[in-house]
Design a protein around this ligand. Structure first.
Ligand code: ANZ
Ligand code: ZN
Length: 813
């Protein structure tokens, strides 16, 4: 039996001809939904991408062999900016480019033997898919959860589009590395903040998610409990409301600071002497991207408004500043600043000579050398509150302030509403019509999908390209029939990917988004597998949409993914693979030279799958040689039988024990956190041991045959092609995946050989191994043949022999 590419082709065809991976959603017994994050079809896949799909496939095949009814689907996250940018560069339509890539990647995945139910393929840029993306938009709109507002947004002048905060990396555009600016634009949002508490609370249900991902979700929501306090402005009839989580420090608040867009600024500075200077500062600050101001280490800068406010507790006047480190859109955009107890305020106060007043001391026993002390502690210089702990003081101050109507409790979130509109072409059109008379009108459901026109000039101009397509733009108002205009923004691709896992259940249904019954039967997803780069946004958005659909009574569950596994990256020469670095390992040559199974095996063997791993071509050869050695065992029992003993051999027991231990360990490794690497190394040890027995002619045919067959059952999730071939060569009918996963036999795992100490008159002379069940006669005769024992018995007579089973043999002389 020669392992070659022909075997790959043969079994891939077999699976296809036999619909090996198709499932019937009506058959819900032992269902198992295995999902890998669907790819963005931008270029062909390299081995780094392959890791995701190979892991998913190994899981799916393993579960199938355990008798589960496994759904393993695939689709395409096919809208988005890269397609559009590529298309502009190479003058091909994004659709053409996208579908060309889809074809190529499909061929790659099939060539690696990844077993998907291709009948369930979904493509987010296809009208029969985005019709339902638009439908979800309408449902959110009906509930007031999709709305339009002016917003300061991150704007990339080179990509000519709005960017989400997380697409801004160190103040630069994630895609083109240009500096990002801020602009005020009218934008569509989804009100995910309405779900902030539930998204936070339900994190505790996600027990089978990596801890790291759970805490990233938690920090992104960023719930904080504090107080809003009113500071009356001197000489004006107004209050500045500040949000603080440290009301205990209020006696040390020596200035106030506002964000550049705080609504009260105009009023505050209307008579200011250096108004120009202030306006100039605001202009400069507003131009800087938000994310830069989120960074800890940047120059804190500000400008004095010329006005003062009263600290409501001390009654003292404190200056009001505008400062670049106050985030617009968080809290009230105004804060009370306590330089002695907050690093940012401290830096600012030092720079502008503002007094630093200490009001918190460390609790007894703790020391504080510097002027700045950020922890909670004991209050000093705080009037009646001096001497209290921070915790006590917070309670008392809140009570006092509520009573005097100066302040009240408040909870804030870092989570912002989800900005979903993009001024780009290659996305799902937002299903809204603007009528001069009726205003904003939702496209009636029966008119969905709002089709994306194909014949479009989509050069970036800063305007949505759809603005220039008259046939798209001009419509009749669905309410009054007058001429009206369509919304020309398209949706963020994260909207497309926030619900695709539901559509896999009913991919062809054109009457509804999905079958409620089937979706409720199959979801939540049992195992989701993907890159950690999606740990925040994609998962948060999917959780939100699922909660919303739950509230709409469309589904019965409220979390989409029961278990989550995030795999590490494959790196080459210490770097992430990328075309520009020229370190991409393309799978094609591997497949040609070694076959798909070798690649799959190596990818799974490289290291713990959740960690990054370094690619070495030499590792492929090692895996290839291992598979050859495995195949050799099969040949021994199918072609070279005459060389193997037909009767039982002493080594049989130990080899069987090893085999059952291996079954046990591999099963444990796969049931736990997918430790493919350790599972494979155990299988390798078994193969080594079997070869040793063969070399020593210490194994019987029947045992070797069992080992050879179980070996390729254990390998089947990793190396499916060769396992199918072996299964056939061994004379079994049908697919190896209809065989059941081997089960270990606890009895066979019992230690079969034990060490016996041989004592002569109570003194240990030697030790040797015997079969656990060996009789006293056997043990005795073996002991007497040992040199050291012979020596000590020389010329003596044996009076008595006592055998303690499995432990020792005592010879009295
Ligand atoms: C006074 C104070 C004293 C504060 C002290 C901290 C320490 P969270 O919610 O955990 O992020 N803050 C409030 N709004 C802000 C904004 N828009 N931009 C920048 N900073 C803002 O932290 C809330 C704390 O961050 C608030 O409590 C406020 O500073 C600041 F020793 O008020 B604190
Ligand atoms: Zn109208």
């Amino acid at each position: 039996m020669e392992y070659s590419k022909n075997i790959d082709n043969k079994w891939q065809k077999y699976w296809e001809d036999n619909n090996a991976f198709k499932i019937d959603v009506k058959d819900i017994n032992d269902k198992y939904y295995c999902l890998v994050m669907f790819p963005y079809p931008s270029s062909e896949l390299h081995v780094g991408h392959a890791r995701n799909y190979v892991i998913g496939d190994a899981v799916a095949r393993y579960k199938r062999m355990q008798g589960l009814n496994v759904l393993n689907p695939m689709g395409w996250d096919a809208f988005g900016l890269p397609a559009e940018n590529q298309a502009i560069k190479n003058k091909i339509h994004p659709k053409t480019w996208t579908f060309k890539n889809i074809e190529r990647i499909t061929q790659q995945l099939k060539g690696w033997g990844i077993g998907y139910d291709w009948d369930r393929e979904v493509t987010t840029c296809a009208p029969d898919y985005y019709k339902w993306t638009q439908w979800i938009f309408l449902k959110l709109y009906e509930k007031g959860l999709a709305y339009k507002k002016d917003a300061a947004v991150n704007w990339c002048e080179s990509c000519m589009t709005v960017l989400a905060n997380e697409q801004v990396i160190n103040g630069k555009c994630e895609r083109c590395s240009q500096d990002v600016q801020q602009r005020k634009l009218r934008q569509w949002f989804f009100k995910i903040t309405d779900y902030a508490d539930r998204l936070l609370d339900d994190i505790k249900l996600l027990e089978d998610w990596p801890v790291r991902v759970r805490s990233m979700q938690q920090n992104w929501i960023g719930r904080s409990e504090g107080v809003e306090i009113d500071f009356p402005v001197d000489g004006l009839d107004m209050n500045l409301t500040c949000f603080t989580t440290r009301v205990d420090t209020i006696y040390g608040a020596t200035f106030l600071a506002l964000s550049w867009d705080n609504a009260y600024i105009d009023e505050l500075i209307k008579d200011a002497e250096d108004k120009d200077k202030i306006i100039d500062f605001i202009a400069r600050t507003s131009n800087k991207p938000m994310s830069e101001r989120l960074m800890d280490s940047f120059d804190k800068e500000g400008v004095f408004t010329g006005k003062y406010a009263f600290n409501p507790m001390t009654g003292k006047k404190v200056p009001i500043w505008i400062a670049n480190y106050i985030l617009s859109g968080y809290g009230t955009g105004a804060i009370m600043c306590v330089p002695a107890h907050d690093k940012r305020d401290y830096d600012f106060a030092c720079k502008y000579d503002i007094p630093v007043v200490t009001v918190i001391k460390p609790a007894a026993g703790k020391n504080n050398e510097s002027e700045l002390f950020e922890d909670e502690g004991i209050l000093v210089n705080s009037g009646d509150y001096s001497g209290l702990t921070s915790v006590q003081a917070k309670q008392k101050l809140i009570a006092y302030m509520s009573d005097k109507k100066i302040g009240s409790k408040k909870i804030n979130y870092k989570l912002r509403d989800w900005l979903i509109s993009r001024q780009r072409y290659w996305g799902a059109p937002i299903p809204i019509i603007n009528c001069e008379v009726c205003g904003e009108v939702a496209v009636p459901e029966k008119d969905l999908p709002v089709r994306l026109p194909e014949d479009v000039e989509f050069l970036p101009t800063g305007q949505s390209p759809l603005t220039y397509v008259e046939t798209f733009l001009n419509v009749k108002c669905p309410k009054c029939g007058r001429p009206a205009k369509r919304e020309t923004d398209t949706m963020d691709t994260f909207v497309d990917s926030s619900w695709y896992f539901l559509r896999y259940i009913s991919p062809d249904d054109d009457t509804k988004i999905f079958s409620k019954e089937d979706v409720n039967n199959w979801l939540p997803v049992d195992q989701y597998i993907g890159g950690v780069e999606h740990a925040i946004l994609h998962l948060m958005y999917s959780r939100f949409i699922v909660k919303f659909l739950h509230d709409e009574k469309l589904i019965s569950f409220s979390e989409p993914f029961k278990r989550l596994f995030t795999q590490g990256m494959i790196v080459k020469d210490g770097m992430k693979m990328s075309k520009s670095k020229g370190n991409v390992v393309a799978p094609d040559y591997i497949i040609d030279k070694y076959g798909a199974d070798t690649m799959r095996l190596y990818i799974l063997f490289m290291g713990p799958p959740e960690k990054d791993a370094q690619w070495h071509d030499a590792g492929l050869q090692g895996c290839w040689r291992f598979l050859q050695r495995g195949v050799r065992l099969v040949e021994l029992v199918t072609e070279d039988e005459q060389s193997i003993s037909k009767s039982a051999m002493p080594g049989d027991k130990e080899l069987l024990r090893k085999m059952h231990m291996t079954i046990k360990d591999v099963t444990q490794d796969l049931d736990g956190n997918f430790q493919f690497n350790t599972a494979i190394s155990r299988i390798m040890e078994l193969v080594n041991h079997a070869h040793k027995c063969v070399a020593e002619k210490d194994v019987s045919f029947s045992v070797l045959a069992q080992v050879a067959s179980n070996l390729f059952l254990l390998l089947a999730p990793f190396t499916p092609h060769i396992s199918e071939e072996v299964n056939e060569v061994l004379g079994n009918k049908g697919s190896v995946f209809s065989s059941s996963w081997p089960v270990c036999d606890e009895n066979a795992m019992a230690v079969s050989r034990v060490e016996i100490a041989v004592l002569v008159n109570g003194k240990v002379r030697d030790r040797f191994f015997v079969d656990v069940d060996a009789s006293q006669e056997d043990v005795k005769s073996q002991a007497l043949s040992l040199d050291k024992v012979k020596e000590s018995l020389l010329g003596k007579t044996i009076k008595k022999c006592i055998y303690v089973k499995g432990k020792l043999l005592n010879i009295a002389i």
